[in-house]
Design a protein around this ligand. Sequence first.
Ligand code: DC
Length: 337
Amino acid sequence: MKKLVSIRGAITANNNVESITRAAVKLIDRIYFRNRIGDDDVVNITVSTTADITAFYPVRAIREAGHNVPLFSCIEPQIDGALNGCIRVMVTAHSEKPVQNVYLNGARYLRKDICGSYAIALDGPSGAGKSTVAKLVAQRLNITYLDTGALYRALGLKCLDAAVAVSDAAAVEKLLKPVNVTIEYTDGAQSVLLDGVDVSGRIRTPEVSMAASGVSAVPYVRSKLLGLQRKIAEKQSVILDGRDIGTVVLPDAEFKFFLTASSEIRAKRRYDELTAKGENVSYAAVLKDVVERDRNDSTRANAPLKKAYDAIEIVSDNMTAADVADAIASRVTEDIE
Ligand code: DC
């Protein structure tokens, strides 16, 4: 049900027509996007500027960008020590979502208390480099990384240990119902625990990869892990990597990326990773696993691997993980800072 809400926002700009125009339009766009509203939902927008903004009316920029809503502008009192070059808005609108206030550029630091956290969804097939990229992005943006594949891997491991076939959905559900999966962070590194026991060191083998892929098709498993993923994303700014983050887990994520690469390149990367760890595998076997996991992950009925309609696709064949992380981090900072 839609409620009448007041959404606040601010952004800094230099005192010239171009900067004021860009800032005002960007602020309104971000407020609309993060609150999933459009002109039809808006009752009015009030814009105030600090007295040093004299080159152009921000409301004119908003109107000329095509927003056909009642606009009102005014100047703020000049207070010693106030942030200069600041454009503030209050958008009164009908909205279904909890309010997301938006503070951008220099203004982000004004109201950290109400600017809210953001989420980055990073989906894609196995071996596209999601986890390496997500770790780098998390470091650069100083946000939390959640490797969701580790959760499925932990449950896959549980099935292997108990010798329960992952294709037997009823047996998997019976086995996993009483199992408690949790995540812990130590110095930013994630550990996954099964009933309090850290299994992070045991979940990276090819057997566990296949078991995770199998177990992840069981509807009970997906619903068991959904709440845990959302709870972590609610509390802080996060990047989650997986298969269904942008489509199912966080359909409202502020930023969505879909990272892919050819199956040969992905198999080569996985092969290099495994042999570097001393695992005795052949490239052909790794490629076969990659192709099979792609098929499993994309054809399952429940939350299959799929690019969200609003995700940005990145093909990483000719990019290093650092290149991809740069592309993602700069796209995000452009919007939040
Ligand atoms: O990303 P990964 O290789 O660690 O994931 C292991 C398996 O878990 C993968 O084959 C599919 C499944 N998975 C999933 O279905 N949904 C996610 N969000 C993450 C992983």
